[in-house]
Design a protein around this ligand. Structure first.
Ligand SMILES: Nc1ncnc2c1ncn2[C@@H]1O[C@H](COP(=O)(O)OP(=O)(O)OP(=O)(O)O)[C@@H](O)[C@H]1O
Length: 594
């Protein structure tokens, strides 16, 4: 083997595999040890049945060949029948218990994965393909459940049968047995070869499957854009390329796994020839104390060993694929949230106090710094506005306030309290947010509003809906779901749901990110009056492109490429004739010119 080939060879159980199996055992199987013990016991009984069957068969054959008493033969037959009835009962009970255990274990594994997923930072979801997450939570866990449940119980039964029957055969005829197992090194070599190739191909197949699922999700969600741009063929081609890659990889995995069975068949044929030849010679030769019944039973025993051995070998091939799956599932835990409650985090803070950004540094990626030494103060109980060109960092500031991301330098305080010393839940509980990307669930509008405050009374929800000018639509649509991601609603209707949520949540700090950008002017005016009531006494931060909509803010901050270039009241800023004034004049000209 060349050095390169050596390097590429995957061990059958790598240290990661062992660690993953330990994780599976400690987390999900150990607590079920008594039940697993019961399954094992039943499997042992199944193995012993085979051994007893062989022993009885040998006695039965001797009755036939030698003494010839019918009564004894009947006894042997009854015994054999009883043995197989016991094995049959075990064959019923083992899967019954195993399926229950494995489904429970998979339920717990999914529950833990979901819990962990929920704890992860927003940044994780922004860099991970959703198809990968879905694939992990749905397909891979399900497959693992089946494999480590039924398939493994079957494999243990086969292993027990092989060990017990082989033990019996060794005891009966060690010379013949030793002759028979000369094929073992060949089988081990095949297993190594298969394990190596399956592991490599399965890893690639899992990645391809995740990409494929992600592609489906993107295409389905973006169907409006796909259709308008007449890109159906391109999208179909993209998905077909993905599924083609999966087909090729799975073909590679399964073709390799398919090598196992013929190798075992070939080996067994070789062994049968050896046993018939060698065993026949032993019977004929006066040097050995072996009779015909002994050899027939031995041959039967070899058949009984080879069948489970074949299945075991097949299991072994599948094990390699499943070890890859296990690794993929567990790797979700490699991801750790960085935005956590500090050990001494507090719940209470002055939610009405000033919000201060003190010398804040932040970037989404190392090579693209966004804020460096940013200082801002949003006065408690007042309305502040952030304006600036697209991409200047307005939304990012709002995200930093509620710790969707953590600052890289400096600090943010609310009422003098650094936000990282607060419990994340309490901090976020202090905000109502109307964001640009509004998340709407496939439920009724009513339920969508109630989502932010499930405890709210019916009256509260109606009031919020009235304030956000969406109550009429609720009356018209009733309980009808609004389609996936609110596909059956207009942009303005979605925005009004988001505003209704803010009314219903009624938190002390209000963040409005382009909250009314999708509304017509008449609706905007009406909602603004209601928003005016909502913002009374609350710290409000408004992000808006339309400068006329923030003219009455107590303070306006003007951002340019992550830098605070101006701040003041609308009229003050106009007087300074800086960036704000230029933007305002440009917008005014645009509107007047229309
Ligand atoms: N999740 C993210 N990951 C990486 N970069 C991001 C992310 N969100 C925003 N950015 C980048 O950070 C910069 C500031 O984005 P931000 O959304 O804060 O701007 P904005 O002023 O709110 O823009 P707009 O007015 O268009 O909403 C942009 O260059 C953007 O590309």
């Amino acid at each position: 083997m060349t050095d390169k080939a050596k390097k590429k060879r995957e061990p059958i159980f790598s240290p990661e595999d062992r660690s993953n199996l330990r994780w599976l055992w400690l987390g999900y199987l150990k607590k079920r040890a008594p039940w697993l013990g019961a399954v094992l016991l039943m499997i042992l009984i199944q193995g012993l049945v085979y051994q007893q069957f062989l022993s009885m068969t040998e006695s039965g054959l001797r009755v036939i060949f030698e003494s010839g008493e019918v009564g004894q033969l009947v006894l042997v037959c009854l015994g054999v029948f009883f043995l197989f009835a016991v094995r049959g009962l075990m064959s019923y009970l083992v899967p019954l218990v195993t399926v229950r255990l494995s489904n429970e274990a998979i339920f717990e594994m999914r529950r833990d994965l979901i819990g962990h997923l929920m704890s992860l930072d927003l940044a994780y979801f922004e860099r991970t393909k959703s198809g990968e997450i879905i694939h992990r939570l749905v397909t891979q866990t399900q497959q693992l459940g089946v494999f480590f449940g039924l398939a493994t119980a079957g494999a243990v039964r086969d292993a027990v049968t092989v060990v017990i029957v082989s033990g019996y055969l060794i005891w009966k005829n060690p010379i013949l047995f030793t002759t028979a197992i000369v094929v073992l090194p060949f089988i081990i070599w095949v297993m190594n070869f298969v394990s190596d190739r399956v592991k490599q191909a399965q890893g690639q197949a899992e990645r391809a499957l995740a990409d494929y699922m992600n592609g489906i999700e993107e295409t389905v969600n973006g169907m409006r854009t796909v259709k308008i741009a007449s890109q159906e063929q391109v999208e179909a081609g993209r998905l077909m390329k993905g599924t083609g890659a999966i087909r090729d990889l799975m073909k590679r995995v399964q073709t390799t796994q398919a090598l196992v069975m013929p190798s075992i068949d070939l080996s067994s044929a070789f062994v049968y020839v050896l046993v018939i030849g060698g065993g026949g010679y032993m019977v004929l030769s006066p040097d050995f104390d072996v009779d015909g019944a002994g050899i027939i039973t031995f041959l039967l025993g070899m058949v009984m060993v080879f069948d489970p051995a074949r299945l075991l070998a097949q299991y072994f091939g599948a094990l390699q694929s499943n070890l890859v799956l296990l690794d993929r599932v567990r790797s979700l835990y490699d991801e750790q949230p960085s935005i956590n409650d500090a050990p001494d985090a507090v719940e209470d803070f002055d939610t009405g106090g000033d919000i201060v950004l003190d010398d804040v540094t932040f970037s989404y990626s190392e090579d693209q710094p966004l804020f460096e030494g940013l200082d801002m103060t949003f006065r408690g109980g007042q309305v502040s506005a952030i304006v600036g060109a697209t991409g200047s960092g307005k939304t990012t500031i709002l995200s930093l306030l509620s710790r969707l991301y953590d600052v890289k330098g400096g600090q943010i305080t609310i009422g003098g309290q650094p936000i990282e010393t607060l419990k994340v839940g309490s901090l976020r509980g202090a905000f109502s947010v109307v964001a640009q990307d509004i998340v709407i669930f496939n439920n009724s509008i009513w339920e969508n509003i109630r989502y932010v405050n499930p405890e709210a009374t019916e009256e509260d929800v109606w009031r919020a809906a009235e304030d956000a000018e969406i109550a009429d639509l609720i009356r018209r649509r009733g309980d009808a779901p609004v389609g996936p991601k609110g596909a059956q609603l207009s942009g303005g209707q979605k925005q009004r749901i988001a505003i209704a949520r803010a009314f219903l949540r009624d938190a002390p700090i209000l963040l409005l990110d382009e909250a009314t950008s999708a509304l017509d002017q008449a609706t905007e005016e009406r909602i603004k009056a209601a928003l005016g009531r909502l913002t009374k006494g609350k710290t409000t931060i408004v992000v808006a492109h339309r400068l006329s909509s923030v003219a009455d803010a107590d303070r306006i901050f003007v951002l340019e490429a992550g830098q605070l270039v101006e701040q003041g009241r609308h009229d003050e800023l106009l007087e300074t004739a800086g960036l704000y004034s230029q933007l305002y004049q440009a917008q005014k000209k645009g509107y007047d010119g229309r």
